[in-house]
Every structure is written in structure tokens, then in C-alpha cells.
Design a binder for this molecule. Structure first.
Ligand code: PEP
Ligand code: MN
Length: 284
């Protein structure tokens, strides 16, 4: 008998015994299903893959509004854009800060797209609780337990990126910190890990997708932009992510990728974003 992709995944969820979940109390999956996280009626973990797209950084009000409109027309469901940027080099652009939040809100007002942006410091938590739809915890902060606890004490959906050197177990335990503090609105995001490989910026670990779903029952989306660092690979890896069951994608897209202030080499244009949303729809 020929099994479908969905049947094979269901079998994996129900029958496979993995061994890394001992000591994880709060977020162990007990019913072999992925739960839905609802953001204004958009369900992450439901039957449709959710596309979150936008620039690496919010650069100006015009830039983010223009991208939001174009991304929406291309099929994106939510808008991303960093306002606090965790840059390796402190001399690089650090983001527009809280001013950028005003620009994101204006883009949301004009398009209706919910906004996703990274929180780096608890001093901005109140503003994020009030205005942001999904709070992103970046790769560099996955081990920042006081930040995890602080967002755990809210009810906001949290996009928890994988630390670039984190094992899946450490990542699950980071989510456990959030859940233990009281917040079970968690979405995992695989964004690639650091390995010996040099062709790509990171090694995109798609095995994390079924493993996280099975072990935790929380949804997981994939970031093929940071996961590859290479614009031409974003579409290919987007399809691969959805094919292995990811609940959505986080994609860096810009109306003028070459002018991106940060991460331009991995940023796709809006035409490519539209191609991806169309190809993803065929994978349903
Ligand atoms: C980002 O999404 O803009 C980002 C900085 O990602 P990461 O934390 O995965 O490096
Ligand atoms: Mn980026």
C-alpha cells in the first residue's frame, strides 16, 4: 500500500520513540498532535503553512510600508522586520529601536498584517506586549533564561529561534522555561546551526521539524534565509521545509534586496516571494 506524506508523518508522530525528552515536564507532547497557536485568526500549526515575510531590518517608514503591501500581495500572512538587531559587529546598523515599532504599526494599519519582531531586552517588554503580535526571541538569546522567563510571564505568542549552537534538547528546554513561567503560546523556529560546513551561512537542520512536533506538540516554522545565507537557496529550502511538515516559513524579503541594510545576500525580492507562496500552496 502506498502511504501519503501525511500518513507517514502521522505514523512517525504516533509510533516512534525518541529519547531526549526526559526531564521535560511542561511541554511534552502527550496526544501526538501539533497544537494551533491563534494570532488574530491566523492559525500556526493548522492545516495551512503560514508565511511570515519582510526585511531583516526595518529601515524607514516608507520601506516597511512598501514591503508590507508587496508581501501581502505576494501571499504573505504576517510581516517581519527587526527593530532591535543583534549584530555581531557593534559598528553595524543596530536597528531603529522603538521608533521602528511605530513604522511597523503603521504598516500593520495599512495592510492588516500582524507583526513579528525581535525583543532583545526586557526594558521594551511592555511596548511589545501592547503592540507586537508575535515576540521573536532570537538565536543569540535562546539561552537568555531571564528573558525567556519574562516572556513566559506574558500571554503573547513567542517565536523561539533555535540557538545557533543549540541541540534540539537544549532548545526544547528553552521552551520549557517559557512554558513553566506560564506561557504555552510557543512557536519554534529552525534557523540553521553552526557546523563545519562553509558553503552555507548555517546548516539548516530540517530533521528538527518532525522531531520538535513529535516531542513537544508545538508548531515549528523554518527560516531558510538565515538557514542558508544564500538568496538562491531560499525557495528550494522553503519547499523542503514544507514538504517535511513545517507549519510555516520566516523569510527575509525586500522590494530592493540589494539595498537591504542587513542580510542582503539572503534576502529575496517580492517576485521570488510570490513564486514561493504559490509553490507552497501546491504542496498542501
Ligand atoms: C532575524 O530573524 O533577523 C535574526 C537576527 O535571526 P537569528 O536570531 O536567527 O540570527
Ligand atoms: Mn537577518
Amino acid at each position: 500500500m502506498q502511504l501519503s506524506r501525511f500518513q507517514i508523518r502521522r505514523q512517525f508522530m504516533a509510533d516512534t520513540v525518541l529519547c531526549a525528552n526526559s526531564q521535560v515536564r511542561k511541554i511534552m507532547n502527550s496526544n501526538f498532535k501539533v497544537r494551533e497557536i491563534d494570532i488574530d485568526g491566523i492559525k500556526i500549526g493548522g492545516k495551512n503553512a503560514i508565511i511570515i515575510a519582510g526585511p531583516c531590518s526595518v529601515e524607514s517608514q516608507d520601506q516597511i510600508i512598501q514591503i508590507a503591501k508587496a508581501a501581502k500581495a505576494a501571499g504573505a500572512n504576517m510581516l517581519r522586520g527587526g527593530i532591535f538587531k543583534p549584530r555581531t559587529n557593534p559598528n553595524d546598523f543596530q536597528g531603529l529601536g522603538i521608533k521602528g515599532l511605530e513604522y511597523l504599526l503603521e504598516a500593520k494599519r495599512q495592510t492588516g498584517l500582524p507583526i513579528v519582531t525581535e525583543l532583545m531586552d526586557t526594558q521594551h517588554l511592555d511596548a511589545f506586549i501592547k503592540h507586537v503580535d508575535i515576540i521573536q526571541i532570537g538565536s543569540r538569546n535562546m539561552y537568555n533564561y531571564s528573558l525567556l522567563k519574562a516572556v513566559g510571564e506574558t500571554k503573547k505568542p513567542i517565536l523561539l529561534k533555535r540557538g545557533f549552537s543549540a541541540t534540539i534538547r537544549e532548545w526544547i528546554l528553552a521552551a520549557e522555561h517559557i512554558a513553566k513561567a506560564g506561557n504555552e503560546n510557543i512557536i519554534f523556529c529552525e534557523r540553521g546551526i553552526r557546523t563545519f560546513e562553509e558553503y552555507t551561512r548555517n546548516t539548516l537542520d530540517l530533521t528538527a521539524v518532525p522531531i520538535i512536533q513529535k516531542e513537544t506538540g508545538y508548531p515549528i516554522i523554518v527560516d531558510p534565509s538565515h538557514g542558508t545565507g544564500i538568496r538562491a537557496l531560499v525557495g528550494i529550502m522553503s519547499e523542503a521545509a514544507i514538504a517535511c511538515g513545517a507549519n510555516g516559513l520566516l523569510i527575509e524579503a525586500h522590494t530592493h534586496p540589494e539595498q537591504s541594510i542587513s542580510d542582503k545576500d539572503q534576502t529575496i525580492d517580492i517576485g521570488e516571494l510570490e513564486q514561493i507562496t504559490k509553490r507552497i500552496a501546491l504542496l498542501k
